[in-house]
Design a protein around this ligand. Structure first.
Ligand code: FAD
Length: 399
């Protein structure tokens, strides 16, 4: 519940202006809250210059959670097809930073069959401790089993933060973990940091169709849970001298029981270099004007051994397949070099390229938003610039 400290309230009306729900009115120089309208979003609390409004403490009591009992940062590791997924190392890099800020240990949770030998790798990438759940029954990923194991461990150990990859695997079981723990989950975060005063995890992600970036907090429940897409965060370099504790956990029969039976797993065959893993990405936008002009994109990509990407305008027009779409509803890339041709720089596209080290944009409109982000911008027609670029590279290479 939102409460007003009448001693502190000076009736300035900042909270009334800030409330989007018309739940606060200043009457006789004091803020009065209409609890039927209040959604407990907390905007007024942040706005009040006198600190007269309070929310979290009351709510925590209502939810029965004492946040002070929950300590530590966890990363759920992803181990599939014989190796640890790179997103795990990226999450450990960010987890290390968050754990340092909160002065708590960073724990990785590693689940699978024959995974014990990979625990040290997680220590080298930043974990202080690895909880290993290694069992032959865990050879195949089954979301109900993994969710029961992680939620059981979290209930016993009470971490304040759990991070997971927004991968096919993470997306299928992490929401179940959040439900089992009766806490919130912010999916597809693009930035994470902690507010040290109240140990809140500030979880930033695109919202309202990508038109704005929202920072979400989970003040009244624990753990605070987020998923992050691959290639958004930076992994730490492995450090073989790092020391950590490896704790073996035996899953119970109940945890291992499942309603799922995996009949067969089939690996999809990738064509050409994987877009998400390419060092160079050459991306086409609507400004390429026609499917025929895609030949220029393919030619440049081939010369640079680059992955081919696209904006949604291009994949919607079927000039390139849907798997090449970069952005909010496509792939996230973090290449050394991203080159965008005829791409305007809509936020939904840009969230997918923010991890690129260098961005080169070609657009005939000098006001195109992509230029706000670009390291180098070329104002010109793609049909002129691309052939010139290809010719120059060929000449340099003597092709
Ligand atoms: C919920 C939602 C999710 C979305 N998800 C994604 C997503 O994941 N990825 C994504 O890309 N989009 C996404 N979109 C769509 C996004 O909003 C934009 O519409 C899209 O990115 C625009 O693509 P574009 O830049 O190629 O096209 P436009 O915005 O049409 O831009 C074309 C650009 O090309 C330039 N141009 C035109 N002709 C030439 C020329 N001859 N030479 C040089 N420049 C030229 C123009 O100046 C212009 O800047 C999403 C939208 C919504 C609502």
């Amino acid at each position: 519940m939102l409460t007003v400290d009448l001693e502190k309230c000076i009736g300035c009306g900042e909270c009334e202006d800030a409330c989007s729900f018309g739940a606060i009115e200043v009457k006789e120089d004091k803020a009065v809250v209409d609890l039927d309208k209040c959604t407990m979003c907390g905007t007024c609390v942040d706005t009040c210059p006198e600190g007269a409004l309070e929310l979290a403490k009351q709510e925590s009591e209502a939810s029965g959670i004492n946040p002070d009992e929950w300590r530590g940062v966890w990363v759920t590791a992803e181990y599939r097809f014989g190796h640890t997924a790179p997103v795990t190392f990226e999450l450990l890099g960010k987890g290390r930073e968050l754990a340092n800020d909160l002065s708590v240990p960073l724990t990785a949770v590693l689940i699978g069959s024959g995974v014990r030998q990979h625990a040290q790798e997680l220590v080298e990438r930043g974990a202080d401790r690895v909880l290993v759940v290694d069992h032959p029954e865990l050879e195949q990923f089954r979301d109900d089993v993994f969710a029961r194991i992680v939620s059981g461990l979290a209930r016993r150990e009470k971490p304040e933060i759990i991070l997971a990859g927004a991968t096919a695997m993470g997306r299928s079981y992490i929401p179940q973990v959040a439900t089992m723990l009766e806490t919130g989950l912010t999916a597809d975060c693009t930035e994470l940091e902690v507010r040290k005063e109240d140990r809140s995890l500030l979880q930033t992600r695109p919202a309202f169709g990508g038109n704005l970036l929202a920072t979400i907090v989970c003040p009244n429940h624990r753990p605070q849970m987020s998923t992050v897409r691959p290639h958004v965060l930076k992994a730490l370099e492995p450090d073989a001298s790092r020391q950590g504790e490896i704790v073996e956990i035996t899953p119970t029969d109940e945890e291992l029981s499942s309603r799922l039976k995996i009949v067969e797993s089939v690996m999809e065959k990738a064509e050409g270099p994987g877009l998400a893993d390419s060092d160079i990405v050459v991306a086409a936008g609507r400004g390429m004007e026609s499917e025929k002009n895609m030949a220029l994109i393919h030619e440049l990509a081939e010369l640079l051994e680059a992955g081919v990407g696209a904006s949604r305008a291009v994949t919607d027009a079927e000039w390139l397949p849907h798997r090449t779409q970069i952005g909010q509803t496509g792939v996230t890339v973090s290449p050394k070099l991203y080159m965008g041709f005829g791409i305007s720089g809509a936020i939904q596209h840009v969230v997918g390229i923010q991890g690129a080290d260098m961005i080169v944009a070609v657009n005939k409109d000098p006001e195109a938003p992509i230029f706000d982000l670009a390291t180098y911008g070329i104002v010109g027609d793609v049909k002129t610039i691309l052939p010139l670029l290809i010719k120059k590279i060929k000449k340099e290479r003597g092709v």
